[in-house]
Design a protein around this ligand. Sequence first.
Ligand code: ISE
Length: 343
Amino acid sequence: MTELRVAVLGVGLIGAQHVDRIHRRIKGARVAVVNDYVAEKAEQLAAGIDGCRAVSDPLDAIADPEVDAVVLATPGPTHEKQLLTCLEHGKPVLCEKPLTTDVETSLEVVKREAELGRRLIQVGFMRRFDDEYAALRAMIEAGELGEPLVMHCAHRNPAVPQSFTSEMVVRDSLVHEIDVARFLFGEEVTSIQMVKPAANPSAPDGLADPQIAILRTAGGKHVDVELFVTTGIAYEVRTEVVGEKGSAMIGLDVNLIRKSAPGSWGGAVTPSFKERFGRAFDTEIQRWVDAVQQGSATGNYTDGPGAWDGYAATAVCEAGVESLHSGLPVQVALADRTTIEGA
Ligand code: ISE
């Protein structure tokens, strides 16, 4: 099998990490093209990788005959156009969240892909590829917890950029737990309520932080999430599922524990998502590359969450933002999947 020629569009924080992982660790693929709205950034990266070019227009990069597949790490508002261009050119694409920034355009993308009859879009919900989340899901699927009933989550960041808004806590941070809830419970989220406790005095003015999200699924299961993005401490992502026959928790960061000083014990904290989910990102991209390599035989160029999952997450986020403003529970109404996908 020849090496997959990948275009990475958007080489900010996460895009640059993807360029590095494809270049150094992923088998069967190479970075052929990079693009960024800051042209020099892309040029600099390209200069360090044999056979890699910087292309200034993202749509040209997608259409490029020497590009086989695309990684989208561009800003969310540009995704719709870029995804539709990928579909138009039949290029498999791994799209970092969000799929698009509103429900209507996300649904349009789902429909356009369904009309093609090929699965070309994978969405970058990397937690599904994390060993601990995968183990928790396997445990639930094997029935070890009996019927899963409740999920408690904590999502803490040590800090966020100054430009981070209260809505971004929902759209950028909570979106991961929305996908986790759908992934672990195998049910759609049907309502969401956002609660704003007293704000952290150390948070930037105007940022509602922490926030609490309360979700309900189609089967009436309960999910609560503490979001706290200015803790100043560490990157902490914990998930506990409570079921009929017991409970299980992941994300405790229990690696090496040492006695460091008289009267105290402890270990190292995880500083950012790069350390916490680095391996999950590697697994995600490797499995995507393998799926794309086999796609022409199967019509499925993905191995993981698809356009529907991106759409469902966007719909819950949009309802979450509405609830953030009203303080009330907001229902989530999804389109009929069977009609759209013809499944
Ligand atoms: C960021 O965009 C991510 O995706 C991280 O995983 C999340 O922890 C962070 O809150 C987001 O801003």
